[in-house]
Design a protein around this ligand. Structure first.
Ligand code: CMC
Length: 427
C-alpha cells in the first residue's frame, strides 16, 4: 500500500514536512511547523465559508454532492421518505439505529408525553408585537426554555442530554403552534398525544383539513420533516456545534442554530422562493426574470447548493409530494411557474455551467401554502424538521473526545501598533 502521508515543501525556505493523511485529510495544526523565522506563528489555512475544512468526524449523515446522494446513518433518503415516519427517523439520527416495533411505540409515546408547554412560555408567546416574524419568536421561545429548565446545563450527563432532547422534540411543535395561533388572535389548541407527531402539529395549528385530505396532509408533513431532519455540517448545524462547544445548554445552542437557519441563503429560502414565484406571477415573465438573475440583480432562490452539484435528492421527492398534495387541495398556479422556471433554468448555460440545480427549498413553499401555512412561517417548518438532526449532532459533539471549544484563527490585516492620540489631535 502507498504511504499515507503528504509531503509539503515550503518554497520560501526549502523546509519539507511530512503530514499523516487520514480519511483524505491532513491535520491543519501540522502546517504550523512551516515558518520563515523561528518566532513566526507558522502556516495556517485560509478558508472563508469553510468550503474545504472538515470540522468534525461524524457518523450521522452522508452527503455526496456530485452524485446527489443523501443518507441518514447509511439509509438512503428516498427509502426513509417512502417507508419511515418522522419520529422513527429522529430515533435513527439520535441513536444510530431504526427502532424495533416495541421500541418505536415507546419512543413515540415518550416524545408525545412531553408535548405540553409551560404556562409561562405560553404567556411569553403573547408578548410579541403583531407582525413579528415567527423565526424571531421561535428563537426567543427556545432561548426562554433555557431559563425554564436549568437542569439542561448538565451537558456532560448523557441521561440529561436525552431528557432535554425528548423535551425539545415534544415541546417545539406546541410552542410553534401556540405562537402562530396567538398571532392570529385565535385560542391555543392543546396537544393530543394520541395523534402522530405531524398530525398533532397540524391539529394544534388548526390546519388538519377534512376527513378526506387530512391524512394526505399529515403524511406529506411527516415526509417533509424527514427530508429536513439532518444535512450534516451546514450553516445552522455548524452554528449549533460552535455554541455547544462552549458547553452552553442545548436550548441556547438550538436558538443560535435557528438564528443561522433564518437567513434567506439557508432555511429562509423556502419563504423567499414563494415570494419570488409570486413576483414572477406568470410563466411569460420567466425569461425576463432569468435575465435579471444572470445580470446578478437577484438570485434564483431555491437553486444552487454549496455541496450538491447535481439534483438535490430531496428536491425530487418534494416535487412529487407537491403534486400529491395539490391533487387533494386543488391546484396552485405557482407550481406551473415553478416547473417552467426549473425547466428553463436547467437548459440555460448560466445554470448548467455552474451546476446549479433545484434544492430542497424550491418546491416546499408551494406545499406549505396549499396546506394553509402563511408564507412567513415556512422557515419555522424547516426548523421543526431539522430539530432531531441538530440534537443528534449535539449529542455526537458532546461525546467526541477530540472536540474542543470552536475557535477559528484570522489573518490580521489591520493597523500595526500605534500610540493613542488625545481627542484634540484626531482628524
Ligand atoms: N442564483 C443565481 N446564481 C447563483 C445561485 C442562485 N441561486 N447560486 C449560486 N449562483 C452562482 C453564483 O453567483 C456564483 O457564480 P460566479 O462563480 O459567476 O460568481 C456561482 O453560482 C457559485 O455560487 P456561490 O455563491 O459561490 O455558491 P455557495 O456555495 O457559496 O452558495 C448557496 C450556495 C445555496 C448559498 C447559493 O447557491 C444560493 O444563494 N442559492 C439561493 C438560496 C437558496 O436556495 N438557499 C437554500 C439552500 S438549500 C437548503 C439549506 O440547506 O439551506
Amino acid at each position: 500500500m502507498s504511504k499515507q502521508t503528504l509531503t509539503i515543501t515550503d518554497n520560501r525556505t526549502g523546509q519539507t514536512i511530512e503530514l499523516p493523511i487520514e480519511h483524505d485529510t491532513i491535520p491543519a495544526i501540522g502546517l504550523r511547523q512551516l515558518k520563515v523565522q523561528a518566532d513566526d506563528f507558522g502556516m495556517m489555512v485560509y478558508d472563508p465559508g469553510y468550503t474545504n475544512t472538515a470540522s468534525c468526524k461524524s457518523r450521522v449523515t452522508f452527503v455526496d454532492g456530485d452524485r446527489g446522494i443523501l443518507r441518514y446513518r447509511g439509509y438512503p433518503i428516498e427509502q426513509l421518505a417512502e417507508k419511515s415516519s418522522f419520529l422513527e427517523v429522529a430515533h435513527l439520527l439520535l441513536f444510530g439505529e431504526l427502532p424495533a416495533a416495541a421500541m418505536l411505540t415507546e419512543w413515540n409515546a415518550s416524545v408525545m408525553a412531553q408535548s405540553q408547554i409551560d404556562r409561562s412560555l405560553r404567556e411569553l408567546l403573547k408578548t410579541f408585537p403583531a407582525g413579528a416574524h415567527p423565526m424571531g419568536i421561535l428563537i426567543s421561545a427556545v432561548a426562554a426554555m433555557s431559563t425554564l429548565y436549568p437542569d439542561s446545563k448538565q451537558v456532560h450527563d448523557s441521561g440529561n442530554r436525552l431528557r432535554q432532547t425528548v423535551r425539545l422534540l415534544g415541546q417545539l411543535p406546541t410552542a410553534i403552534a401556540s405562537a402562530y395561533r396567538q398571532r392570529l388572535g385565535r385560542p391555543h389548541i392543546d396537544p393530543n398525544p394520541a395523534l402522530g407527531y405531524s398530525e398533532n402539529f397540524l391539529h394544534m395549528m388548526g390546519l388538519t383539513g377534512d376527513a378526506e385530505i387530512g391524512p394526505v396532509l399529515a403524511r406529506a408533513m411527516d415526509v417533509l420533516f424527514i427530508l429536513h431532519a439532518d444535512h450534516e455540517q451546514n450553516c445552522s448545524t455548524s452554528a449549533l456545534r460552535n455554541i455547544a462547544s462552549s458547553e452552553a445548554d442545548p436550548y441556547c445552542a438550538l436558538a443560535g442554530a435557528i438564528g443561522a437557519l433564518y437567513g434567506p441563503l439557508h432555511g429562509g429560502a423556502n419563504e423567499a422562493v414563494l415570494r419570488m414565484l409570486a413576483e414572477i406571477g406568470d410563466t411569460k415573465n420567466i425569461p425576463a426574470f432569468l435575465d435579471r438573475v444572470k445580470n446578478r440583480e437577484v438570485r434564483l432562490m431555491g437553486f444552487g447548493h454549496r455541496v450538491y452539484k447535481n439534483y438535490d435528492p430531496r428536491a425530487q421527492i418534494v416535487k412529487r409530494i407537491a403534486y400529491e398534495v395539490l391533487e387533494v387541495t386543488g391546484s396552485n398556479p405557482l407550481i406551473d411557474i415553478a416547473v417552467e422556471l426549473e425547466g428553463t433554468a436547467l437548459e440555460d448555460d448560466y445554470f448548467v455551467s455552474r451546476r446549479l440545480y433545484p434544492n430542497v427549498d424550491f418546491y416546499t413553499g408551494i406545499i406549505y401554502q396549499a396546506m394553509g401555512f402563511p408564507v412567513e412561517i415556512f422557515p419555522v417548518l424547516f426548523a421543526l424538521g431539522r430539530a432531531p438532526g441538530w440534537l443528534a449532532q449535539w449529542m455526537e459533539l458532546m461525546s467526541d473526545a477530540e472536540q474542543r471549544i470552536a475557535r477559528p484563527r484570522q489573518i490580521y490585516l489591520g493597523e500595526a501598533e500605534r500610540p493613542y492620540p488625545p481627542i484634540n489631535e484626531r482628524g
